[in-house]
Design a binder for this molecule. Structure first.
Ligand SMILES: [Zn+2]
Length: 365
């Protein structure tokens, strides 16, 4: 059975990285893989010297969409992925894909030492990308200086973020906020959550949202990183406070899903099914839900396992967690349909195949 009437994954990476390390420098380069991925060169522009290339992986995505009956996906750039490749994928399948834009070239120029990262340059690049067909929001991540190497305060960061919220308001598009950072296949060093307050604590969103009542916000992964739930609770607090704040639930396991589904101040109206299809985390099951507070299922980068060469099956695992909760708690399909696609259509102004597919009531008071 199909999971819902109109199924959309709001967090998908249709591009994939590949390394071209020489055997002589392989070990050193693998230890810097996370950093090298950010300056990946598109496959059709790359020569043999490029350490990491990035290519269109949409054939596998389309295969999975067919396997799991997923109707649409929202494409996000991250690491060395770019907006251009996503634009080409949308042009080939305008009915299946939309995308979020990110100031990718400003970031890559800064990392290559060609030009300092500035808010102005990032805003200008993003403004242009958001005018492309099929680009409907800002993300993945709130833009930031990739060369930052110290802890930033929320006061400084809020000042830096306002122009991006202004841009979201101008384009009438939702902005995305990524709490927490992956543990990483390369340990050590400062992670985004060590440097940036938006990664450290999603609750910071509450005061900037008060300044921008018309900007809707999506918490990427709903705050989850591995089994670390702290940010989920903080993101839920913001969602309970603001009706235009949404939580992505695709990496959540059953018990976490239950929390906002049963909160009258959040509920299914503020949840979006977004996984991380195409990303590098893999799932790990656990037979006891409470031992050491480990969940039954979580997504993580496991250093000891090595880097996955396969495309992890996000959808099979994620849809099963939703299904488990729906069965245990008798959740009506109408509510699931909102999470699986209805809220997405509403938030990103996407026309579903028909009107009246999702819950809507006539107010007679
Ligand atoms: Zn992602």
């Amino acid at each position: 059975m199909k999971a819902g009437r109109f199924v959309v994954d709001t967090h998908v990476h249709a591009q994939r990285h590949a390394v071209q390390f020489q055997s002589t420098d392989e070990e050193e380069k693998y230890s810097r893989l996370g950093e090298l991925m950010h300056t990946a060169v598109p496959a059709d522009e790359a020569d043999d010297d490029a350490d990491v290339i990035v290519y269109d992986n949409s054939d596998r995505l389309l295969y999975d969409m067919d396997v799991y009956d997923v109707d649409m996906c929202m494409l996000l750039p991250a690491f060395g992925m770019n907006n251009e490749i996503n634009r080409q994928i949308i042009e080939k399948h305008p009915d299946k894909f939309v995308a979020c834009g990110y100031p990718v070239q400003t970031k890559k120029k800064a990392l290559r030492g060609e030009e300092d990262w500035t808010v102005e340059a990032a805003v200008a690049e993003l403004d242009e990308v958001l005018s492309w067909n099929g680009f409907v929001g800002i993300g993945e991540f709130l833009p930031h200086d990739p060369n930052l190497n110290e802890r930033m305060t929320w006061k400084e960061r809020k000042k830096q973020l306002r122009p991006f919220f202004d841009l979201a308001a101008e384009h009438d598009m939702p902005i995305r906020w990524h709490p927490g950072a992956a543990s990483g296949y390369q340990g050590g060093g400062l992670r985004e959550q060590d440097k940036l307050p938006d990664f450290r604590d999603p609750y910071n969103a509450a005061d900037i949202l008060a300044e921008y009542p018309d900007v809707s916000l999506v918490f990427e992964h709903g705050g989850i990183q591995g089994h670390w739930k702290y940010n989920v609770e903080r993101a839920c607090m913001v969602a309970a406070q603001y009706d235009n704040v949404y939580l992505e639930v695709g990496l959540w396991w059953k018990d976490i899903l239950r929390r906002p589904m049963n909160d009258p101040n959040i509920g299914p109206e503020q949840l979006l099914w977004g996984t991380d299809w195409g990303a590098s985390a893999v799932a790990n099951g656990h037979d006891s839900e409470n031992e050491l507070d480990f969940p039954s299922m979580r997504w993580e980068q496991y250093q000891d396992r090595g880097i996955p060469a396969h495309v992890a099956d996000y959808w099979g695992t994620s849809l099963r967690e939703l299904d488990k909760l729906a069965r245990e708690d008798n959740i009506p399909q109408d509510e699931l349909n909102l999470v699986l696609g209805g809220n997405f259509c509403d938030l990103y102004d996407i026309e579903p195949p028909h009107t009246r597919l999702f819950p809507d009531y006539i107010d007679r008071n």
